[in-house]
Design a protein around this ligand. Structure first.
Ligand SMILES: Nc1ncnc2c1ncn2[C@@H]1O[C@H](COP(=O)(O)OP(=O)(O)OP(=O)(O)O)[C@@H](O)[C@H]1O
Length: 243
């Protein structure tokens, strides 16, 4: 599904935190949201999934404006802070989330098995989540987000606390999802992950200061290094030109 964000703004307590943001992402693209802490990445994701209403502007998935009930099943969301039930097992959590998406018993069973394999939690499926490490919770959250095979996947810092080997595996999985047409929006502070993405949105203090392909953005930096994108962001925000 394509995503169109048009002139979206959002304030909290009279403080404007998302400022007239417009961009588009095509089906099967991976777009990362880059910006310093507090720049508005999570808020933008929450606006896109329809968890909070925009004060102005609109968000469309293909031709349909979100939020819309019929679009719910098309959206997968992995929040920054895991939204899991501590007193349920890994499998119990996935059954619960699958139930929300009204998956049939048989497809739920198949998808739980697949999702647990992807995040390497098969052997821990019966364990209560309260006994999970932070990284295991993160992986289970990811399994919950992809369980219903959403057409759009929103990931808010998905690999924090995950070791490099599994992070590589998870990104391989994102690339597989992309190949099958899933559109992925991911906020990240991990530099290596930026080069996995097709497009990047640089956000600073609630404004979209750059939106382009990662290849084009890297060409605009002084040394072609991903880290420079962050410095670019702050230079632009201070009125400096991109060198
Ligand atoms: N529910 C809320 N009520 C009031 N202010 C909020 C709320 N949610 C976010 N904010 C404010 O909006 C701004 C953007 O926050 P947001 O969490 O979107 O940033 P972020 O880029 O995701 O940061 P991080 O990288 O640290 O997760 C911050 O100033 C934050 O304090």
């Amino acid at each position: 599904m394509n995503i169109h964000v048009s002139n979206v703004s959002k304030s909290f307590d009279h403080h404007l935190v998302i400022k007239d943001i417009t961009f588009s992402i095509s089906s099967g693209e991976i777009c990362c949201l880059l910006g310093p802490s507090g720049s508005g990445k999570t808020t933008l994701i929450r606006l896109m999934i329809g968890a909070i209403p925009a004060d102005a502007g609109a968000i469309h998935f293909n031709e349909s404006q979100n939020p819309k009930m019929s679009l719910l099943k098309e959206i997968g969301f992995m929040p920054q802070n895991d939204a899991l039930y501590d007193d349920l097992s890994a499998e119990g959590n996935l059954k619960f989330f699958g139930g929300l998406f009204q998956m049939t018993k048989s497809s739920l069973e198949v998808r739980i098995k697949e999702a647990l394999e992807i995040v390497e939690l098969t052997e821990h499926r019966k364990k209560l989540v309260k006994n999970f490490s932070g990284g295991m919770k993160k992986r289970l959250s990811l399994a919950a987000a992809i369980l219903h095979s959403p057409k759009i996947l929103f990931l808010d810092e998905p690999t924090v606390g995950i070791d490099p080997v599994l992070r590589r595996k998870i990104w391989d999985q994102f690339q597989v999802l992309k190949q099958s047409g899933t559109t992925i929006i991911v906020s990240t502070h991990v530099m290596d992950e930026v080069t996995e993405c097709d497009k990047a949105a640089l956000i600073y203090d609630g404004s979209l200061i750059e939106f382009d392909t990662v290849a084009n953005l890297l060409k605009k930096t002084q040394n072609g290094r991903v880290e420079e994108l962050f410095f670019t962001a702050s230079k632009i925000s201070k009125g400096g030109a991109v060198q």
